[in-house]
Design a protein. Structure first.
Length: 431
């Protein structure tokens, strides 16, 4: 039976805008006067919402407000949200780097944190010396560090520079060594912020594998912040979504990612995009006029796209010369932002375009039925000349939804796994 290893109860964090420190002497005296009379801090009643894009209208801001959640032993909790949503502040509170303005945090066991590049490292000390320094900060004895030091150095991949001062390390090397120390000194809770993004692809893969071993193999707990939804999906057992310093969603990783992507994108998304003079996109004599993803049945173009219907891709451009080799590309992505495939018009028949002139061109293509599974999919549009010169690139503007096909009574309900739902031809024979 799993046990709660970390619990956050009504935690909030307030900061004063525009100043270094907690505020003015007058505010400190006012707080002290309320405290000795047993009254609430008067400045907890004020404070703007943590929306970094909004104009500041008050002196105080709630970086986090009324956060509640529990983490079980061996769980990998993903914390996702836009920049400025409060993720790093939350991890600093959980790591005891700073204290909450209100609320309580209860935890069991040792917490190791990797919050920023080089956290806890002294630049004048060598990599080896910093391993011992960091280990001591985490509460390890010298004998415990001695038993792990060779394994830490090997995992970091920095053996050549291990006796060199870390001030000469690159940011990637510093992250490698810092993660190696935090992961190998057997913390009960490992807290990892976005710093892994600094590492190269090989190290990120190794680090993700190590965190999986820590959680599933050793039964330890990991709190993981990342904007890489693929890493979150593959590593985390559960996730929470922060929006403007508040928990907007808590649940399964897949559902949390969907909620994050909905929040992270302005819903100017549409399956039909018509551009006018106010938002036109043009370059080198080519102008994109419209793009659409619709039901492939002409008389039902406005109907929902079902798994068992074709999908019509349409794109209209204005070109200054019909003889130019202009091509269109539709790039399809899943709801985690992974590129699935690209369909382009390089092999489209152009015999009827040999006449000189200029004007509109309408590109049409068909995606066969029973390709996409149900769910939301995103589309990027490319306008290319001579197969290599990208004239126009339109991203973060289009999406479409595929819904289940009709099912007979008694057939299995619910969504199958994966982004594709292909229906290949099979046969059964007696050999």
């Amino acid at each position: 039976m799993s046990k709660t290893i970390l619990k956050a109860e009504n935690i909030s964090k307030q900061y004063r805008l525009g100043l270094v420190g907690t505020g003015s002497l007058m505010h400190d005296v006012n707080r002290w006067w309320h405290r000795i009379r047993g009254k609430e801090d008067p400045y907890l009643k004020v404070g703007a919402v943590n929306d970094r894009s909004a104009k500041a209208t008050e002196e105080y801001v709630w970086a986090l407000k009324d956060i509640n959640f529990e983490v079980q032993e061996g769980e990998v909790l993903g914390i996702i949200g836009k920049n400025g949503a409060g993720k790093s502040t939350l991890l600093k509170l959980l790591s005891r780097v700073t204290s909450p303005t209100t609320g309580t945090i209860k935890s069991r066991g040792r917490i190791a944190s990797l919050l920023e590049v080089g956290t806890g490292f002294h630049p004048e000390l060598t990599g080896r010396e910093n391993i011992y320094l960091n280990g001591a900060i985490l509460g390890m004895t010298k004998a415990e560090i001695d038993a792990k030091v060779d394994e830490i150095i090997e995992f970091s991949g920095c053996e050549m520079y291990i006796d060199t001062p870390t001030k000469r390390y690159s940011s990637g090397m510093t992250v490698r060594l810092g993660f190696a120390v935090a992961a190998h000194l057997e913390p009960d809770i490992l807290v990892v912020d976005e710093v892994l993004a600094v590492g190269d692809a090989e190290f990120q893969k190794k680090a993700i594998g190590k965190m999986q071993d820590i959680s599933s193999g050793e039964g330890r707990t990991v709190l993981f912040v990342s904007h890489n939804m693929v890493s979150v999906q593959s590593l985390c057992t559960r996730a929470i979504v922060l929006v403007n310093g508040k928990v907007d969603f808590e649940g399964s990783t897949a559902n949390a990612i969907q909620e994050y992507l909905k929040e992270a994108t302005t819903d100017g998304y549409s399956s039909k995009l018509f551009l006018d003079k106010s938002n036109t996109v043009k370059n080198k004599g080519v102008e994109l006029l419209s793009a659409q993803i619709t039901n492939g049945e002409p008389d039902k173009a406005d109907d929902p796209i079902r798994i068992d219907t074709k999908i019509l891709m349409q794109c209209e451009i204005l070109v200054n010369d019909y003889n130019r080799k202009i091509n269109i590309g539709f790039q399809f992505l899943d709801d985690s932002g992974n590129i699935l495939f690209t369909s382009h018009t390089r092999n489209a028949a152009r015999d009827h375009l040999n006449s000189k002139g200029n004007g509109k061109l309408l590109f049409k293509g068909i995606v066969p039925e029973k390709l996409f599974n149900e769910g939301e999919f995103y589309v990027n549009i490319f306008v290319v000349e001579d197969s290599s010169d990208v004239l126009i690139k339109l991203t973060d503007r289009m999406k479409f939804t595929v819904i289940p096909m009709a099912k007979k009574f008694g057939e299995r309900m619910g969504k199958s796994v994966g982004v594709f739902k292909t229906d290949f031809e099979w046969m059964v024979q007696i050999p």
